[in-house]
Design a protein around this ligand. Structure first.
Ligand code: SF4
Length: 428
């Protein structure tokens, strides 16, 4: 069977589609780089915003136009919360809810084995998928689901309660990926900080990170998003090992305590700023990024001003800003005083602008410094040679000219010319 795989949304979705790709390859199927050449297209959808849902519909239509004969299979959070909407789209042959996703490959090929020993798994899969990173950086799903009830969040509706993978399985997977040449592993989950809680381990994530650092050869280990209330200050001692990368993504969502309360977030200005101070004390070169929701129901101009001031005070290095969109089945969708779209747009613009200013200032602080970069993709060529992009250990996106064999190498680079979205560099 020839398949094309794609994914929208979070790192977790990406990690799941990569697992599916490995299972398909290991069972003798072929992955193709274009939907037009596939018998079957699988899209892992997202429902976190209106826009993500719209993108899933748009992509599905595009796949069908490119290849009317292909079976299109939709899975993921959007497919779980609104299957009827997706079943109506032309070309869609199956809509698979999250709880059946792990066995999707077997529904396509009943003979398929999903429990292949890790060392028999085929690691080179990303070249066939959108967001190709080659086999440089792997996203490892370590848990699914969440037991919190943030009032805007549709993820808990779509993915259910927290469920963790066994520590030994994660360690074995990462060692297999390291042996296959991957340089970096990124731990992902819906609620990564709760890793192990369902197995009765309150210090689960700390134990997992320690085990990976002790028992695998992976050169770089990164954590994806962590809810701020999951981290105790002693957690930062893990960063004494420089293979754990100095990058923290702590979703704040709002800088106003009143809005945080309406969102049912278990954090506040005071606890968040204490956490950030402790993180900065322990982790040199920390890159601190966050998510923010603008125009949550009832958000006043004064509350939004508090967010602007707090974001500035926290000196985040990159902001992911989302205009609030009501999601079906969430408590916030039924709250009063929804913010008019025009106001939401204007506040979003102001926050994004502040984000660009903070990112630029962070990058300017690195002009002239030499940092190690993992080179991940070739983005073209010009008169000076091949152009490569990669990331420093503290997640600054860097572009430089380099030789043909730079892919998947970690080399020093002298950073120069800061921009809000990254920096240029010369190989050191
Ligand atoms: S912590 Fe909140 S925002 Fe994050 S997945 Fe759980 S309910 Fe959703």
């Amino acid at each position: 069977m020839k398949l094309f795989l794609d994914s929208i949304g979070c790192r977790l979705n990406q990690s799941e589609i990569e697992t599916m790709a490995r299972q398909l390859l290991a069972n003798g199927h072929e992955l193709v780089g274009d939907a037009a050449a596939a018998d079957t297209v699988i899209l892992n959808t997202c429902a976190v915003t209106h826009e993500a849902a719209r993108d899933a519909r748009k992509l599905t239509r595009r796949f069908h136009r490119a290849n009317p004969a292909a079976n299109i299979i939709l899975t993921g959070c959007y497919a779980t919360i609104a299957p009827q909407e997706l079943e109506r789209l032309d070309g869609v042959s199956q809509v698979v809810a999250n709880r059946h996703k792990a066995h999707l490959v077997q529904t396509l090929d009943p003979q398929a084995r999903l429990d292949l020993p890790l060392f028999e798994q085929e690691p080179i899969v990303r070249e066939f998928m959108a967001g190709n990173l080659g086999n440089t950086r792997a996203f490892i799903k370590v848990q699914d689901g969440c037991n919190n009830k943030c009032t805007f969040c549709v993820t808990t509706v779509a993915r259910g309660e927290g469920e963790s993978r066994h520590l030994g399985d994660v360690v074995a997977e990462i060692q297999a990926l390291a042996a296959a040449g991957y340089q970096e592993a990124v731990l992902t989950g819906v609620h990564l900080g709760s890793y192990g809680h369902d197995l009765g381990h309150k210090t689960g994530l700390r134990d997992l990170v320690q085990a990976i650092l002790s028992h695998t050869d992976i050169s770089r280990l990164r954590l994806s998003s962590l809810e701020p209330w999951d981290i105790a200050p002693h957690f930062f001692a893990l960063w004494d090992n420089s293979r754990l990368l100095p990058h923290l993504h702590l979703p704040l969502q709002s800088g106003s305590d009143r809005v945080l309360k309406r969102m049912a977030r278990r954090t506040s200005q005071a606890s968040f700023s204490q956490l950030v101070a402790a993180a900065r004390d322990h982790i040199p070169h920390l890159n601190l990024t966050t998510d923010l929701i603008v125009g949550f129901p009832g958000e006043t101009e004064a509350e939004f001003a508090e967010t602007m001031a707090f974001v500035q005070a926290m000196n985040f290095t990159r902001l992911h800003v989302f205009g609030y969109s009501p999601r079906p089945g969430t408590a916030a969708a039924n709250m009063p005083h929804h913010v008019p779209e025009a106001i939401k747009k204007e506040r979003t613009r102001r926050l994004i602008e502040l984000g660009h200013t903070l990112s630029l200032a962070f990058h300017q602080g690195y002009e002239g410094q030499v940092m190690n970069v993992l080179w991940e993709s070739n983005v073209g060529a010009d008169a000076e040679g091949l152009r490569w992009t990669g990331y420093t250990d503290n997640y600054i996106r860097v572009q430089a000219h380099g030789p043909a064999d730079l892919m998947n190498r970690i080399t020093p680079a002298r950073l120069h010319t800061a921009r809000p979205d990254g920096m240029f560099a010369e190989l050191g």
